[in-house]
Design a protein around this ligand. Structure first.
Ligand code: FES
Length: 111
């Protein structure tokens, strides 16, 4: 049996090094703003740029570990899942966006 996988369109949105360690960048798209994060150990993640609480701009939050603290009310959002952490776990979820790195370039995906 041969599986047919849906293709993902990948868009080059810049160099990994454009984003400082423990930093973030907002990428405006036709589907809304996307936040790309780079952790202290160099991992990268992409989420819709909207907090699951009241839509705060996560790209302006503080990255710590594998999470970002929302700049509006301080919820901590898991960068890998988009889910609030700690006492706010289970109160919504920010959609994750496919992201990969190829030859130092950030490729943002959309199924
Ligand atoms: S909008 Fe993010 S914590 Fe309230």
């Amino acid at each position: 049996m041969t599986l047919t996988l849906d293709p993902i369109a990948w868009t080059d949105v810049g160099a990994v090094t454009d984003i400082p360690l423990r930093g973030a960048r907002r990428v405006p798209t036709a589907q809304g703003d996307i936040a790309i994060f780079r952790t202290g150990d160099g991992a990268v993640f992409a989420l819709k740029d909207a907090c699951p609480h009241k839509g705060g701009p996560l790209s302006q939050g503080m990255v710590h570990g594998r999470a970002v603290a929302c700049p509006l009310h301080g919820w901590n959002i898991d960068l890998a899942t988009g889910e609030p952490m700690g006492a706010d776990h289970g109160k919504g979820c920010t959609p994750t966006i496919p992201l990969r790195v190829e030859q130092g370039r950030l490729l943002l995906g959309r199924a």
